[in-house]
Design a protein around this ligand. Structure first.
Ligand code: NAD
Ligand code: MG
Length: 307
């Protein structure tokens, strides 16, 4: 720690016990895989979503947020942070993820905030639109929409991506955010914020994630274009572009098995990120502090960059 002996260490404001050296800890991962969609609770080692460490400062007091894919990974980290910053939070997730989702519901409620659990397969248009309506009913309104759910299934060759797999990726990563933003629009008032989870793949596509990278490029452009369209209504739209983060998506087909133990080690910081390390970006973009921030793409890539 950087503080003198006996004095309080200087910590980033959002995390207690945060590490001083951003290269650490190095993460030796197992190559355990799970069937899609994967559960955070079965991962080895457990990801850090901020359960023990995220400290809130009322930056989202009174806001109501829906986070798709809020059961695990980056979405769970955002859900925990949002609740600790004073927001009520609805999470959407696939029905096979109920146990992860219930863990998040308990964490939100432990902050005295309202939690709304919305299981639904959002590849289906009606189901995706109903999630929005149910979130608004459950929360009593909506100020923050985080379009974060995503599908990533690695394939070494374009020849091995079936039309069904391609369709599932496009439905999850392009159609669903489009349907959900469209459905949410009548509910969103001035000051509302939409956040789309894109990826470093939108800038530097991995050769073994061709279909996924295409959709993440689309997500980035969607956020940038929608930001211009909604600016006259006082609604902000931004994208987040994560680099490698240790989440269920990666161990349920997102990476080739042989790449899992060294996952993220090729980034300049030498390791993958933990979901809690990207939560502050989601908090900033949702908060009124970001009142002049729209149409932007925020990276958290461990040094690889988004240029
Ligand atoms: P994750 O598996 O924890 O979260 C993805 C979530 O998407 C799942 O929990 C699930 O609830 C949801 N989802 C997927 N298909 C669905 C469907 N058909 N119906 C309903 N929900 C569905 O993994 P994550 O890494 O936290 O992923 C969150 C977002 O971050 C994704 O959009 C992903 O593409 C993006 N991302 C992740 C990384 C990374 O390294 N982990 C890097 C760049 C971008
Ligand atoms: Mg999940």
């Amino acid at each position: 720690m950087s503080g003198k002996e006996g004095s309080d260490p200087v910590l980033p404001p959002y995390r207690s016990g945060a590490i001083e050296d951003p290269r650490l800890p190095l993460n030796p991962y197992s190559d355990d895989q799970q069937p899609w969609p994967g559960l955070a609770e079965k991962m080895d080692p457990q990801p850090d979503h901020g359960e023990e460490s995220y400290k809130g400062h009322d930056r989202l007091k009174g806001k109501r947020a829906l986070i798709t894919g809020g059961d695990s990974g980056i979405g769970r980290a955002a859900a925990i942070a949002y609740a600790r910053e004073g927001a009520d939070v609805a999470i959407n997730y696939h029905p096979d993820e109920e146990s992860d989702a219930q863990t998040v519901v308990k964490l939100i409620e432990a902050e005295g905030r309202r939690a709304v659990a919305l299981p639904a397969d959002i590849r289906d248009e009606q189901a995706a639109r109903k999630v929005i309506d149910d979130a608004v009913k459950g929360l009593g309104g909506l100020e923050v929409l985080v379009l974060n759910a995503g599908r990533q299934q690695a394939q070494k060759s374009i020849a091995d991506i079936t039309s069904d797999a391609f369709d599932a990726t496009i439905k999850t990563n392009i159609y669903a955010p489009f349907w959900m933003a469209q459905q949410a629009l009548p509910y969103l008032k001035k000051g509302a914020s939409i956040i789309v989870t894109s990826s470093i793949n939108a800038f530097s596509p991995s050769p073994d994630m061709l279909d996924y990278a295409m959709t993440k490029g689309a997500g980035k452009v969607f956020a940038q274009g929608l930001a211009k369209q909604l600016a006259p209504k006082g609604i902000r739209v931004n994208a987040v572009a994560p680099g490698p983060f240790w989440t269920a998506l990666q161990v349920s087909g997102g990476q080739p098995r042989e790449d899992l133990p060294e996952f993220g080690a090729d980034s300049p910081l030498g390791r993958a990120g933990q979901p809690v390390e990207i939560a502050p970006i989601y908090v900033l973009l949702a908060s009124d502090e970001a009142s002049y921030i729209t149409g932007e793409v925020y990276g958290a890539t461990g040094g690889s960059g988004t240029g």
